[in-house]
Write a protein that binds this ligand. Structure first.
Ligand code: FES
Length: 571
């Protein structure tokens, strides 16, 4: 394993887990066919066997089983402390209980098929565990639920850090509940059908003949082998714990270091522990959304003493730190294994969850060159006077929806709605040039959307809605700002104030858009058709060159984007 990095091993474990999850899913789908009939189950089984009982499927399935179990055992042996969040403990306990629960079922079916050539038909299996030995039926029901829960927890642990997961969360949750429910209902339906059919001894004899019958010796082999699997799993677990204990005993000889926390607590642990593990040992609450896998960054700490003696960050840790634009003395507590005393300040509250993990990238804030767009409805106060509140809210929401969609389609990030105004940021990821192009594309799209809206609402509006847009670009402080639920990505700085002033300047020029010349030039678009002016901007010593655009719909069409907006929206 030495040649493989920790991240590669994690990916391997995940890949193996996904193969097993697909196996369990297809197995449950096959069970669910029992809601139709026993024959439907047998029909589905043909596809199931074609998938998993050929040489490739067999190697994939059992290879994944061995790799997954070995890597989980390795991860457990590496742990310095067995303290862990409840969800992780449940997932681990369920995983370890599976060999005990499934040994007889697997040996009696796949094992007997491989060794004695038995054909483990659904009719035979259902007869065995529903009609003849209902205790096995209960055991297999428990095993099914345990295996499914174990897989779903693993999948959730992996997917929850993906931005798209929030959108798919509910359908996935529904599927996670419905599939085992249908599978168990299918099993029960097939069980009842088999019990009825078994009243006819000829049918039962026929089923036994299809399987090939079991001799006493074969039955004894099944039970002995299943017991062997269970004892083997138990011995492996004990061996693992002994290995872990031996390793910790050795580490104890290598000396200790201590971690100090802002509340004055000091936790001393053996070398080899990570800072996150030290927090767990000392009972110090510490955020760790990804469970210490170095993916979420919620465990990050600022090292306030002892930084110079720390080992350098591994490439995986550096990548995460870079992604969140972490300061020089910030490290991931789950990856940092100090050798000398240090003092840290956890940077996120212990209860930090997915929300914080997703916005970790901007949590520290930083200066970026971006384009900023402000838009405001003209004379809206006059429109709202004398209107029912319902009508005002309806029109404003229509307007916000149309403007928000135009911004997002153009690759921008909606910063906020202020009264009837909109503020949006462009180029947060792609840089200023791209941001300027996107902001101008958004202005054009917003103007088109407003014209469309005016057309739809022409019978309800005393006069068409009008809008002023200002766009400027430059360095701004970009970061997550706000309080509790009101935290969002926003920008501050001179460039932001200037963009806002340009929006106000549209009133002076009676036009729809005023963009700074810097934006027009950086966009690379042709602005020769528009008037250039120089204006005074409060707070700036020098005048600012701007481009005056009477109607933003006439702006040059932007080059087509390549799907980046989806990525940005989802983040
Ligand atoms: S716990 Fe997720 S990166 Fe450390």
């Amino acid at each position: 394993m030495g040649a493989l990095s920790f991240a590669s091993l994690q990916r391997l474990r995940l890949g193996a887990g996904l193969v097993l999850f697909v196996f369990v899913t297809t197995h449950l789908l096959n069970h669910a066919l029992g809601n139709i009939s026993l024959d439907a189950m047998e029909w589905g089984r043909k596809g199931f066997l074609a998938l998993w009982r050929n040489p490739v499927g067999t190697i994939l399935l059992y290879g994944a089983l061995i790799v997954h179990a070995a890597l989980v055992a390795w991860a457990l042996a590496r742990r310095r402390t067995l303290r862990m969040p409840a969800r992780e403990a449940v997932q681990l306990a369920f995983g370890f209980s599976l060999p005990l629960l499934l040994a007889t079922h697997v040996v009696a079916n796949r094992g007997a098929h491989e060794v004695f050539g038995k054909d483990d038909t659904y009719a035979y299996v259902v007869l065995s565990i529903w009609v003849w030995d209902w205790k096995q039926g209960v055991l297999q029901t428990v095993a099914l639920l345990v295996a499914w829960t174990h897989g779903c927890l693993g999948l959730y642990h992996w997917l929850r850090l993906k931005p798209l997961f929030q959108r798919w969360r509910q359908p996935l949750f529904a599927a996670a509940l419905l599939l085992p429910a249908f599978a168990l209902a299918g099993f029960a339906g097939a069980g009842k059908e088999a019990a009825l059919l078994a009243r006819d001894p000829l049918w039962t004899q026929h089923q036994m003949a299809r399987v090939g019958g079991f001799t006493q010796a074969e039955v004894a082999w099944v039970y002995a082998t299943a017991d062997g699997v269970r004892w083997g799993a138990f011995a492996a677990l004990l061996g693992l714990l002994a290995l872990r204990w031996g390793r910790l005993a050795l580490e104890r000889r290598r000396g200790r270091f201590s971690v100090s926390y802002p509340d004055g607590r000091r936790v001393a642990v053996e070398r080899g522990y990570s800072v996150l593990e030290a927090s767990r040992v000392g009972g110090v609450p510490h955020a760790s959304v990804c469970g210490g896998r170095g993916r979420c960054s919620t465990c990050r700490v600022r090292v306030v003493a002892g930084f110079e003696s720390l080992p350098l960050a591994a490439p995986e840790e550096s990548r995460v730190l870079e992604r969140i634009h972490a300061g020089a003395n910030v490290r991931l507590a789950c990856q940092l294994r100090p050798t000398k005393d240090l003092a840290v300040v956890p940077l996120l509250p212990a209860a930090a969850g997915m929300r914080e993990a997703h916005r970790a990238e901007y949590a520290h804030g930083g200066e970026r060159e971006i384009a900023i767009l402000f838009a405001d409805l003209r004379a809206f106060t006059r429109f709202s006077e004398g209107k029912l509140p319902y009508d005002v809210v309806f029109v404003v929401n229509q307007y916000f929806r149309a403007m928000g969609a135009a911004v997002e389609r153009s690759g921008g990030r909606l910063d906020k709605f202020i009264g009837d105004g909109v503020m949006a940021l462009f180029g947060v990821e792609g840089g200023m040039q791209e941001g300027c192009r996107d902001a101008l594309a958004a202005a054009r799209a917003m103007a088109e959307a407003l014209a469309e809206m005016n057309d739809h609402l022409k019978h309800d509006l005393p006069e068409p809605l009008r809008m002023g847009i200002g766009i400027h670009a430059g360095p701004a402080i970009v970061g997550e700002m706000g309080y509790r639920q009101a935290v969002s990505l926003t920008a501050m700085g001179d460039a932001v104030n200037t963009a806002s002033r340009l929006e106000s300047a549209t009133k002076d020029f009676s036009c729809q858009l005023v963009a700074s010349a810097a934006v027009a030039d950086a966009s690379g678009l042709d602005f020769s058709a528009y008037e250039r002016r120089q204006i005074e901007v409060r707070g700036r010593a020098e005048g600012l060159d701007v481009v005056v655009v009477p109607d933003a719909r006439t702006l040059p069409a932007p080059a087509p984007r390549r799907g980046r907006q989806l990525l940005m929206r989802s983040s």
